[in-house]
Design a protein around this ligand. Structure first.
Ligand code: ARG
Length: 547
């Protein structure tokens, strides 16, 4: 919070943008050297002076303020000491709005996330997009943006052609009634197995797809049934995860719009036709196909249509597609195509990629036909949470603990990195885990509940642990801002962990109830609770008052 004050002090004296100053400011390795340090190396070249001299010169110019009580040059650094008592005063006043800003006021951010394919159950591959996307939605909302969540269902494509063919050939109606998602998966697995020795099946699937696109009623009826069954199973998962979208819309809705864009591109000579009638655009000397030879729309055709339609509808300032890293090329091409077709909004599009979720040996139990079903993973986690709660004889809601554990293990990893998933790690009540954070919150709640209320007064001497906690809480607004800017919820996750750790260290060596500083310490515990609750809210993790 006081960092802003330092930036404003410095920006009056040096010729750097506030943002550049912010990026340069460091935290000294030892708090005795100061709370913040500004390294002068970057200025040295420009000013043709040694960094030590620059620090000295800045020191002479800058005057301490109410919030920054001391400024001190140490070698090439200019160090700042914040007024801890003043900071403490502000921290104990924080409320549920702590960390909220209007940074993004009037700006729309569309987020394309989750986006499973119908006909197949949601699998572990969808979990990161779903959870990261939801956390970004919450974060941008907090920062004052207007985020729009879009779930772009994969309701068309060769996999759908295959499934419809399989449905007509082998459907077991009884099984469809009993366990629809399972029956569809069986059909799909069977098709893929038979296709290997019978390439005619693949041709049939392509034909089906074409029929579907031309509006064949019989095909459409089967498709509608598949869509309905899938949507129901997806919704069950979204409900469990407490995730909502502004818009859920199928890829198939954009085939026509996409084809229209292809035709425009042909007319403008941006696109060309092959002798077999397939249409392509040359990107960096390579042919990128945007329409199949049988004139059906492909994944990229629909994405072209969807992007143009969405910009028309929302006039977004930014659109983020959250998918697996394996789609990098697809999105690179999509963005280049839109640029080549002179759509100005192309530079507002970003692709946020993430790595894989890796399981240890436990993987086999939930594997069905090569995929790990998300529903199975969620059920198993909640069941394990129930056992863990029972074993520890604690209170706590198994669903909140289980879902929180899953969300946390996903979000604590930087999107670009793989997630090493293990139930043991996800559900541990110690370490960098969801349950540890929820438990810390409940502990703070119980302290507050036990104590009798009195007025807050800040003692003249703040302990080392009190200062550490106050400072940690004060970082929250910056962290949220950075997480939004970098589209990286792991910053908020790991901050939450550091915050809980700092609180637990404080609590171990600073008696709260019955201490002469009880009033102030209770307020501090309360501030910690507020901050952790907000932080976990941004991760989509629910807290409990008792655990
Ligand atoms: N349905 C796709 C999949 O499961 C992801 C879609 C991502 N969004 C998009 N606009 N292409 O891989």
């Amino acid at each position: 919070m006081f960092k802003k004050e330092i930036i404003s002090l410095l920006s009056k004296e040096i010729n750097l943008k506030p943002e550049q100053i912010e990026n340069l400011i460091e935290t000294p390795p030892n708090p005795e050297m100061g709370d913040y340090a500004f390294p002068c190396f970057a200025l040295s070249k420009k000013l043709k002076k040694s960094p030590d001299k620059i620090a000295e010169k800045l020191f002479k110019k800058l005057k301490p303020t109410k919030e920054i009580e001391q400024i001190k040059p140490i070698g090439p650094y200019l160090n700042f000491f914040i007024n801890k008592k003043e900071l403490a005063k502000q921290i104990i006043k924080i409320n549920a709005n702590f960390g909220k800003t209007n940074l993004g006021k009037g700006k729309k951010i569309a987020i394309d996330f989750s986006a499973p394919n119908i006909g197949k159950p949601m699998h572990i591959g969808h979990i990161r997009s779903t959870i990261i996307g939801d956390s970004l939605m919450r974060t941008y909302n907090f920062l004052g943006y207007n985020p729009i969540g879009i779930n772009y269902l994969g309701d068309v494509g060769l996999h759908i052609g295959k499934l419809i063919v399989a449905y007509e050939l082998w459907l077991n109606k009884k099984n469809l009634k009993k366990n629809p998602v399972n029956e569809l998966l069986n059909l799909y697995v069977k098709f893929n197995a038979k296709e290997k020795t019978n390439p005619k099946l693949t041709e049939q699937a392509k034909e089906k797809l074409k029929k579907f696109e031309l509006g064949d009623l019989k095909t459409e009826k089967i498709w509608e049934n598949i869509r309905k069954v899938s949507a129901e199973s997806f919704n069950k998962i979204y409900e469990m995860l407490n995730i909502n979208f502004h818009e859920t819309i199928g890829q198939s809705q954009f085939s026509d719009k996409g084809k229209q864009i292809v035709i425009n591109a042909l007319e403008q000579k941006i696109a060309k036709r092959e002798p077999d009638q397939a249409v392509y655009v040359l990107l960096d000397g390579k042919k990128k196909f945007i329409l199949r030879s049988n004139q059906t729309a492909s994944y990229i055709t629909q994405d072209l249509g969807a992007a143009v339609s969405r910009f028309k509808k929302y006039k977004f300032d930014k659109m983020i597609y959250v998918t697996d890293f394996r789609q990098k090329q697809h999105f690179d091409s999509l963005f280049s195509l839109l640029k080549a077709m002179k759509y100005d909004f192309a530079d507002k599009l970003v692709h946020l990629t993430f790595g894989a979720v890796k399981f240890g040996k436990e993987i086999m139990a939930t594997r069905k036909g090569q995929i790990i079903l998300l529903q199975d993973v969620l059920n198993k986690t909640i069941e394990k949470a129930r056992k863990e709660i029972k074993k520890r004889k604690t209170k706590g809601d198994k669903t909140k603990v289980g879902i929180g554990a899953i969300k946390y293990i996903i979000l604590k990893n930087e999107p670009a990195k793989d997630v090493q998933f293990s139930w043991e790690q996800a559900l541990s009540f110690e370490g960098n885990t969801g349950p540890y954070l929820q438990y810390s919150y409940a502990r703070a709640s119980s302290i507050i509940k036990k104590a009798k209320k009195t007025k807050a007064k800040i003692s003249n001497h703040l302990t080392k642990e009190e200062i550490a906690l106050i400072k940690k809480i004060s970082l929250f607004p910056e962290i949220v801002e950075r997480a939004g800017k970098l589209m990286n919820p792991s910053l908020i996750a790991n901050y939450s962990h550091e915050l809980a750790q700092t609180f637990n260290e404080f609590y171990h060596s600073n008696k709260v109830i019955g201490n002469k500083n009880q009033t102030f310490r209770l307020k501090l515990v309360q501030a910690f609770r507020t901050c952790l609750k907000n932080s976990l809210y941004l991760l989509g993790i629910e807290v409990m008052e008792e655990m």
